[in-house]
Design a protein around this ligand. Structure first.
Ligand SMILES: [Fe+2]
Ligand SMILES: [Fe+2]
Length: 207
């Protein structure tokens, strides 16, 4: 393993956690008017957006972990392409969270580290499992976003637009991972992943 392959993830970790993320695409819903939300509506939107921001922090870490360990160049490229869209999700959720007057989760570094380790472990198992893990993660994220779209205050169209575009992108990531040979994960692994994401969503809603 060469030095560059270690220094790049480290640089990306620091940037993910401490620098503002950038988006090449326009922020979905940027042209929509800001709705007059009540305090409780705003708080609800902000707490859901904080969860989704941490989810995108985890996505950065998972992809970086997998890229570090992925043996094949074509798979690393697939991961890098999807990771670029995840960086945009990170930027959108970060910006919307700030607009709603919310703050990022204090647990982000903890979840980043855990997700990076899981991503690297999945990468070491080889492309079939690594891509299977990726596809399953994206599938679970897509379901999770569906739930959040149902829970967001109806009036908060700007947040709706962001989560809806993220959901569409995550579907694309899952399809690509399967197309490149991602296998179906064993049921206990899928359950464990759901449990881990429940820990993340349950804690970052408040902390
Ligand atoms: Fe994402
Ligand atoms: Fe994704």
């Amino acid at each position: 393993m060469n030095f560059d392959r270690l220094i790049v993830p480290l640089d990306r970790a620091l940037r993910t956690l401490f620098a503002p993320a950038q988006s090449a695409r326009p922020v979905p819903g940027a042209d929509l008017e800001e709705a007059a939300l009540s305090d409780s509506q705003r708080q609800l939107s902000a707490s859901l957006m904080r969860i989704n921001h941490t989810g995108e922090v985890c996505a950065q870490a998972l992809y970086d972990g997998q890229m570090l360990a992925a043996p094949d160049e074509p798979v690393r490229k697939l991961l890098a392409d999807a990771a670029r869209e995840e960086t945009e999700h990170l930027a959108w959720t970060e910006r919307r969270l700030a607009e709603l007057g919310g703050r990022k989760s204090l647990l982000d570094p903890f979840f980043y580290a855990g997700s990076f380790a899981v991503g690297a472990a999945a990468g070491l198992l080889g492309d079939r499992w690594s891509l299977g893990f990726l596809a399953e993660t994206e599938r679970q994220v897509e379901h999770h976003l569906e739930k959040h779209l149902g829970r967001l205050p109806e009036a908060d169209r700007k947040s709706h637009a962001i989560l809806a575009q993220m959901q569409a992108d995550e579907v694309g990531h899952a399809v690509n991972a399967r197309r490149h040979g991602g296998g179906e994960l064993p049921l206990p692994v899928r359950h464990a992943m759901r449990l881990a994401s429940r820990v993340m969503t349950g804690t970052t809603r408040w902390i």
